[in-house]
Structure formats: structure tokens, C-alpha cells
Design a protein around this ligand. Structure first.
Ligand code: ADP
Ligand code: MG
Length: 273
């Protein structure tokens, strides 16, 4: 197989950074990344040297006790913050050397975020919520609408375009948030405890959507403290006291759609929120 031709044919990003980018290159490269917070006289060493690579198509669960640095790490890889030291490349782009404006632009173009608390505009329609990140994309209103509609269809909300978050269940709200995260076609989806506010059945539904997106090639890094949720991911990275103490493939990945099918047949009469 001609690798070079392969690279060009499958190039997903039309604006690679010259010299850095190739299909083989990891989406994320963190090398000895450290982050300290200064609180008056106290220094909190939230990350004490983290090295990690994430390749295209991975589905990583980041786990570890509260305070171990998971959110700090996600904020760094999501370009919400810069490391105190160490190297971080996002899609080949060295993040530490960027200005705040460049950081914001890269974040908007490359990263999709999903949070525990949905963070939607409660009184704007699902469609308006999902269109928001496209404000800077230089698209016509019509194109923004149609992209947002397609993103909502991809998460199974094609019939709820004009519903408002206040009129939706938690699971539906999180699906709107996932659609919003995807509408810019990011290189990676970052999810910090995305099922933390959902009951276990709805959590499995959200994991089914994430697994389907991952099967279509989306790279996902997800923080969770629940082993039941991590079970759906392909790789487990465990943090403790600001370092990675375990990084291993998940040999027993579970499939959420199988679980939902089993539940449907067993619990037909269960009332679904
Ligand atoms: P986790 O997400 O694993 O619970 P965090 O990354 O939120 O852990 O926190 C790691 C450590 O850094 C904790 O000791 C926390 O108190 C501290 N920390 C996190 N964010 C800040 C901040 N903005 N200012 C000061 N300390 C912080
Ligand atoms: Mg956290």
C-alpha cells in the first residue's frame, strides 16, 4: 500500500500546520507536562509530569480519585489553559507558544467539549444552541442551520430541533451538548464526567452515542470516576497525585448498544424519564 497516497486521500483536516501534520501523528502528545496553581503562599502541584499520546480513533477513559489532576489535564489538552512546563502538541501544534487568541482559535476549531452540567442556553432552541459555535466559522445562516440540524440528527434528536433545554430530559440535554461539541468537526471530543448528572440507564444511552461516534472515527477522551462508564472505553489512563499511575488497553470493552438491547427486552414496561 502506498502510504503517502493514503495520507493524502484520508487527510481530514484541510488546513494542516505545515511540517507537523500527518495522518500517523497522534492527535495529542503531552511530554512531561506540569501545572502548578499559586494560591497566595501555597503552590498546588496539580500535574507533576504527565506524558501521554492519544492517536486518532482512540476512546480513552481518564480515571483517578478526586483532586488527582484529571480536570487540570483536560483543561490543558482542551487549550483552556497552558502548562507551566513541558510540551503539549495538539494535532502537531505546539500549544505553549501560542497567544491567548491563537489558543482560542485552535480550541474553537479542534476541540469539542462536553461537561457534566450540559452548559446549554436553557431558553434557546436545541438548534440555536448547536449553531452557536459556528458563529466564527464564516458560514451563511442557512449553512449553519443545516450543519446544526445534521449534528442533532447524529445524536438522535432530529425530531427535537425546536425544543428548548428546559423542555428536555437530562439525557436529551446532554445529547444537544454532544451535537454542539461536534458541529465544528473537531479533531477530538473531550468529555469531563459527561454522565455525572444522569441516571444509569440514561448514562448507557449517552455511552452508546459516544461509542457510535467513536466507531465513525471520532477521537474521544472522557473523564469518569465510575468503572461502569470506563468499561465502555478502549483504554484506561489512571491519575493519582498529578501523575499517570496506569495506562493500559481495556481488554473487556463493553458495548452500550448491546446493553440497551438487552434492557429493552428485559424491562419493556420500565418508565423511561
Ligand atoms: P480532579 O479533576 O482529578 O478532581 P483537579 O484537576 O480538579 O482534580 O485538581 C487537582 C488539584 O489542583 C487539586 O488539589 C485542586 O484543588 C487543585 N486545583 C485545581 N484547579 C485549581 C485552581 N484553579 N486553583 C488552585 N488549585 C486548583
Ligand atoms: Mg475534576
Amino acid at each position: 500500500m502506498d502510504t503517502q497516497e493514503n495520507i493524502q486521500l484520508s487527510a481530514a483536516d484541510p488546513t494542516p500546520v505545515a511540517g507537523f501534520w500527518s495522518e500517523e501523528q497522534p492527535v495529542i502528545v503531552a511530554a512531561n507536562v506540569k501545572k502548578s496553581y499559586h494560591l497566595g503562599q501555597t503552590v498546588v502541584r496539580a500535574l507533576r509530569g504527565v506524558s501521554l499520546e492519544v492517536h486518532r480513533g482512540e476512546f480513552v477513559a481518564v480515571m483517578g480519585p478526586s483532586g488527582s489532576g484529571k480536570s487540570t489535564f483536560m483543561n490543558l489538552i482542551g487549550c483552556l489553559d497552558r502548562p507551566s512546563s513541558g510540551t503539549y502538541l495538539l494535532d502537531g501544534i505546539p500549544v505553549r507558544e501560542m497567544s491567548s487568541d491563537q489558543l482560542a482559535a485552535v480550541r474553537n476549531r479542534k476541540i469539542g467539549f462536553v461537561f457534566q452540567s450540559f452548559n446549554l442556553l436553557p431558553r434557546a432552541s436545541a438548534l440555536s444552541n448547536v449553531m452557536l459555535p459556528l458563529v466564527y466559522a464564516g458560514l451563511s445562516l442557512k449553512a449553519r442551520r443545516s450543519r446544526a440540524r445534521r449534528a442533532l440528527e447524529a445524536v438522535g434528536l432530529g425530531s427535537r430541533l425546536h425544543h428548548k433545554p428546559v423542555e428536555m430530559s437530562g439525557g436529551q440535554q446532554q445529547r444537544v451538548a454532544i451535537a454542539r461539541a461536534l458541529v465544528n468537526r473537531p479533531a477530538i471530543l473531550l468529555a469531563d464526567e459527561p454522565t455525572g448528572n444522569l441516571d444509569s440507564r440514561t448514562s448507557v444511552e449517552i455511552m452508546a452515542i459516544l461509542q457510535e461516534l467513536n466507531e465513525h472515527g471520532l477521537t474521544i477522551v472522557l473523564v469518569t470516576h465510575e468503572p461502569d462508564i470506563a468499561a465502555y472505553c478502549k483504554r484506561h489512563v489512571i491519575f493519582r497525585d498529578g501523575i499517570v499511575v496506569q495506562d493500559s488497553p481495556n481488554p473487556t470493552q463493553r458495548f452500550a448498544s448491546d446493553q440497551l438491547a438487552a434492557q429493552h427486552s428485559a424491562l419493556d414496561q420500565e418508565v423511561h424519564q
